[in-house]
Design a protein around this ligand. Structure first.
Ligand SMILES: [Zn+2]
Length: 267
């Protein structure tokens, strides 16, 4: 005997997409009017191999909430020396790529996109904006995490500019051959190496240990001084949460040119 459920399923598949969006079922909510699957996902855009540490607590937290994680890394990370062997001769780029690959496994990144630009020479260009926008239109993230415009490293600032522009371009009709337009509802710029005036805090009290475990995979970078920096910053931001039990946090700015869209129906 054919169940009611099966009849509904057959009927749904025969309906055009714009009608299906009206159906109030869990399955149908996963298909929008353009026919794209709507998974909760976060795209992290970084400049160097260990830059995702800054938002790692948030990424682990989002993963626990069912988000898929994607990362786009812009440079070849060829200039970051191993703090233990500052004068040694070795392939920096390969060492950092190995660490990044191991760390990405631990982070559970679903897909990594590498733009392979020269470290310490990342520059804004139309081509990099389109490459990034193309990836945004493919992934169609619900959250974008980019680097901060106010930061210490010139590549971080260039990465912010490219990514910020790309998230906006991805939402427009520019270059339709790069994919169907997609407006990412929330683009956050993570606090980097210089304290920012945050507008968003994420409580990572329960994810801090994993963040540090991730950082320690970067053996060439995880000096006790760097570990102390991350601990100190997380404690300062945890204090700013001002809530019982919230001890450690990560801070973000919003991108004023990509206002956050709130209170949409859950995707
Ligand atoms: Zn960096």
């Amino acid at each position: 005997m054919v169940s009611v459920h099966e009849i509904v399923q057959v009927a749904l598949y025969e309906l055009p997409a714009y009608v299906q969006i009206l159906m109030n079922t869990k399955e149908q909510k996963q298909i929008n009017t353009m026919g794209h699957k709507q998974h909760k996902s976060v795209l992290v855009v970084t400049a160097h191999a260990d830059d995702h540490i800054a938002s790692a607590g948030t990424i682990f937290k989002l993963k626990d909430q069912g988000y898929e994680v994607y990362e786009l890394i812009m440079t070849d990370s060829s200039e970051g020396r191993d703090y233990r062997h500052l004068n040694g001769s070795y392939d920096v780029s390969q060492m950092r790529e190995d660490e990044f690959s191991d760390a990405s496994l631990f982070l559970g990144t679903k897909e990594i996109y590498r733009l392979g630009q020269e470290d310490l020479n990342l520059r804004y260009s139309k081509q990099l904006v389109f490459q990034t926008a193309h990836i945004i239109r493919q992934i169609r993230p619900t959250v974008g995490i980019i680097m901060n415009n106010f930061d210490w490293h010139s590549d971080h600032i260039a990465s912010y500019r490219i990514a910020s522009t790309a998230f906006k371009i991805a939402a427009t009709g520019i270059r339709p051959e790069l994919g169907d337009h997609h407006r990412t509802p929330m683009v956050l710029a993570v606090e980097g190496m210089i304290p920012i005036k945050p507008s968003i805090l994420v409580d990572i009290t329960n994810y801090y240990d994993k963040k540090i475990e991730l950082f320690k995979i970067y053996e060439s970078q995880a000096s006790s001084k760097s570990l102390g920096f991350h601990e100190g910053l997380a404690k300062v931001r945890g204090y700013h949460v001002r809530r019982n039990g919230s001890l450690l946090a990560e801070a973000f700015s919003t991108d004023p040119t990509s206002p956050i869209i709130l209170f949409d129906e859950e995707l």
